[in-house]
Design a protein around this ligand. Structure first.
Ligand SMILES: Cc1cc2nc3c(=O)[nH]c(=O)nc-3n(C[C@H](O)[C@H](O)[C@H](O)COP(=O)(O)O)c2cc1C
Length: 159
């Protein structure tokens, strides 16, 4: 079983958005090859409409170019990207996404896919903004097995 197949099996019922792409970093890539239902809900599209698109379809006026450049460099280097981006739903409404993206490697180290775990976060009220992590909390608190596992793996910064 490849890492992609394992993720697909686990992702099906997850409450966290999970999206898998091919390995083409330069535009028009990467191309989405899998998205779970929770990802469809996050971005307000049917999963069928998401497959085959680039994740750039969620970007808009307030998506910070600087953060995307950091994202691009991480993908190029085969490294993890963790950050916060302003993205847009199909209906044009914007939301703040916490994104953890990492390469999926075959046993020989070759990158086979990228996977991202994504969820909506909201700004914490009345908290000093010490870091990006301290500024946000999940829009919906989840307590399912996969979310707890992701938390234990430090994939997301908060409960
Ligand atoms: C698995 C995966 C998920 C991604 N999810 C998002 C996303 O939710 N929102 C976003 O703005 N960019 C996302 N991206 C990043 C864009 O696809 C693209 O790599 C980014 O804009 C940097 O490339 P560019 O400099 O060519 O624009 C994702 C990339 C990958 C590989």
């Amino acid at each position: 079983m490849t890492a992609f197949e394992l993720i697909r099996a686990l992702a099906h019922d997850a409450t966290i958005g999970i999206v898998v792409t091919d390995t083409v970093v330069e535009a028009p890539g990467p191309t989405i090859v899998y998205a779970n239902q929770a990802f469809g809900q996050l971005v307000g599209c049917s999963v069928d409409d998401i497959i085959g698109q680039s994740p750039r379809f969620m970007q808009g006026k307030e998506t910070r170019r600087e953060t995307l450049d950091t994202f691009h460099r991480a993908l190029d280097a085969g490294e993890r990207f963790h950050g916060y981006l302003t993205n847009y739903r199909a209906d044009g409404t914007k939301y703040r996404a916490e994104i953890d993206c990492r390469p999926l490697r075959a046993a020989d180290g070759r990158i086979e896919n990228f996977v991202a775990f994504e969820r909506e976060v909201i700004r914490r009220v009345g908290r000093p903004a010490v870091s990006a992590a301290g500024r946000y909390e999940p829009a919906v608190a989840s307590n399912d097995g996969l979310t707890n596992t992701l938390r234990n793996l430090s994939i997301f910064e908060h409960a």
